[in-house]
Design a binder for this molecule. Structure first.
Ligand code: DON
Length: 593
């Protein structure tokens, strides 16, 4: 490339970075000068990789996609521009993430899609994985009844029957506007065949998982190589491309039958897994009624079980609604105290009452009844933390008649889709289906392997979430949409295991109570309480020192940990402008038009 062209390209790249970082132009000039000096103003080979230019905030009028990888945001936006609706774009993003975001994007896992159409119609799709038919309540226990460490987390036995492909085909059949499935999956096939460049974070993640990939695979997967991965390396996934082509050409049978199914079952047999052809044939995603609640005049549309997320989110909002959070102030001792106490009570309920409602009578109506949640806060002590041992699950009225990634999409007509999808831990169970090129989930760990024994996220459960053949393991994923006066207001969700629910809770409260912008809310630090262990978890440098002091004085134990959540959200402003906010905790990218 000629030097002049190269300099222009470099300038534009740095200018974009500068805008995102809010840096002064003078720094850009210094950077450009240093760059010129470094190349000695001579023509030298073009750098192979300039890096993605990542938008943390985007404001556009027509459509918006916010997700974990810039290449997938681009795919979704292209579908919107080509006349696809938000569901079309979401399907394309799910498949694109399965290629460019292998740590969590997937066809070997599952997820949830919440839909709100511009006319107010809502729907929810449950494409969560299921326990294989040969799974059993004690499958992760040894002969003494103790949980065998790691068995529900790593390798073949950790995987539930994948739901993502059936989910996308269901969503397509019911809601596609483009009505051309090829157009939605082809970008993913191209990315798998031609490769995509790794971000620095992705290279690091792959390097740190090398040992696990070697340990939990029967054949060396594409993610393993002798030298370390580095930013800009091209990752080409030929086996995955072929699997996606089979899905494109044969639909359901391209995954749940035929060659892909044979490869999955062969992989299971090689690694002592239990998923069979019958399990794959029997898997079907499930349409459910979205849960709808009200918070200070806003309509909150969210996911019912098999996620606990929606029920818990509505419980949290109802628990705090009678408290003047806005007067307390963002991250004030009072606000954090009220929210943490609500979280403590709601997570106690989660452990007792929530599970797959196709198998267990979840008292949903009772749990999301505002009166029930307000009553649960009756023993709230404004001056002291309540020890978790003093809190147990409530007794809601019985039902009378029940490493993840999130993305948000809005199209030009105002249809909105909120999707959270996962293979559970980073790279799932670390096992790639040999010859099919995709990672399997380790979602079985989301079941309660034994009553009272915490899972990877420290969550405990009992009968409601015990393992049973064909049952869906309880999730915390909380894809949600908020509307106001009949119009779309916000699309929101997050990964983060047990912290998903409280992250989404904070986003809604930040914007509605504390008047924060979507971007400020997404980038702000977060806290989390889940009943047990009895801590408030905090991100480093999060709460003001005075708030921390106040909370300690009330009896809270504060536990500083890493990131909490990774939110990708869209806010619709009153003039119709869509503000996409992508979390700086990852490579997440907002793209619109
Ligand atoms: O469904 C769930 O609740 C978990 N499997 C989610 C896992 C997750 O968020 C991991 N990512 N950070």
């Amino acid at each position: 490339m000629p030097l002049f062209q190269r300099l222009i390209q470099r300038f534009m790249y740095l200018e974009k970075q500068r805008k995102q970082a809010g840096m002064k132009r003078i720094l850009l000039l210094i950077g450009t000068t240093l760059f010129m000096a470094s190349i000695g103003c001579k023509q030298s080979p073009a750098p192979a990789w300039e890096g993605y230019s990542i938008n943390k905030v985007a404001e556009e009028k027509q459509g918006m996609v916010v997700c974990a990888h810039p290449a997938a945001s681009q795919v979704g936006t292209d579908v919107l521009k080509a006349g696809g609706n938000a569901v079309d774009a979401a399907i394309a993003v799910q498949f694109a993430l399965a290629v460019v975001y292998p740590v969590a994007g997937n066809i070997g896992g599952g997820g949830f899609m919440v839909i709100r159409q511009a006319d107010g119609h809502t729907d929810a799709l449950d494409y969560r994985e299921k326990a294989p038919a040969a799974a059993g309540r004690d499958m992760y226990l040894d002969s003494t009844g103790a949980v065998i460490p790691g068995l529900s987390l790593n390798g073949h036995l950790a995987s539930g029957v994948p739901g993502s492909v059936d989910g996308m085909l269901e969503a397509f059949a019911r809601y596609s506007q483009l009505k051309d499935f090829n157009k939605l999956i082809q970008p993913a096939i191209d990315l798998a065949e031609q490769g995509f460049h790794l971000t620095e974070r992705q290279a690091k993640n792959l390097n740190s998982a090398q040992e696990s990939f070697i340990k939990y695979n029967t054949k060396k997967p594409v993610f393993v190589r002798d030298s370390a991965w580095k930013e800009g390396d091209l990752l080409i996934q030929p086996d995955l491309a072929q699997t996606l082509i089979r899905i494109r050409d044969q639909g359901r049978d391209g995954f749940y039958a035929g060659k892909t199914a044979d490869l999955i079952v062969a992989e299971m047999q090689a690694g002592h897994g239990i998923i069979t052809h019958q399990d794959l044939q029997d898997y079907h995603a499930q349409w459910r009624d979205a849960l709808v609640g009200d918070y200070r005049g806003y309509q909150v549309i969210t996911m019912p079980p098999s996620s606990s997320g929606g029920v818990a989110l509505l419980q949290l909002l109802e628990s705090v609604e009678t408290f003047p959070l806005a007067d307390y102030g963002f991250h004030s001792t009072e606000a954090v105290h009220v929210m943490a106490e609500a979280e403590r009570r709601v997570y106690a309920d989660r452990a007792e009452h929530l599970g797959d409602m196709d198998f267990y009578p979840v008292p949903i109506e009772g749990m999301i009844d505002p009166a029930y949640n307000q009553a649960r806060m009756k023993d709230f002590d404004p001056a002291h933390a309540t020890p978790s041992d003093a809190i147990s699950a409530g007794t809601p009225a019985a039902k009378e008649s029940e490493q993840t990634t999130h993305f948000s999409v809005v199209d030009k007509d105002g249809n909105a889709v909120s999707v959270t999808t996962t293979i559970n831990g980073g790279y799932g169970c670390k096992t790639v289906v040999s010859g099919a090129g995709f990672l399997l989930n380790n979602e079985m760990d989301d079941f309660s392997s034994k009553p009272g024994v915490p899972n990877m996220f420290g969550l405990v459960g009992g009968e409601a979430n015990a393992i049973q053949p064909g049952k869906r393991m309880l999730s915390s994923m909380t894809p949600s949409i908020v509307a106001k006066d009949g119009k779309l207001f916000m699309v929101v969700g997050s990964p983060g295991g047990s912290t998903i629910i409280t992250s989404v809770f904070q986003m809604i409260v930040d914007v509605i109570d504390f008047g924060m912008t979507m971007d400020a809310s997404v980038q702000s630090s977060r806290f989390h309480h889940q009943w047990k262990p009895d801590f408030i978890f905090l991100e480093p440098d999060s709460l003001p020192a005075a708030t921390m002091q106040g909370l300690r004085a009330m009896g809270y134990e504060l536990n500083i940990r890493g990131n909490i959540g990774r939110v990708d959200a869209i806010l619709r402003q009153p003039d119709g402008t869509l503000v996409g906010a992508a979390d700086t905790r990852g490579d997440d990218h907002a793209e619109g038009y």
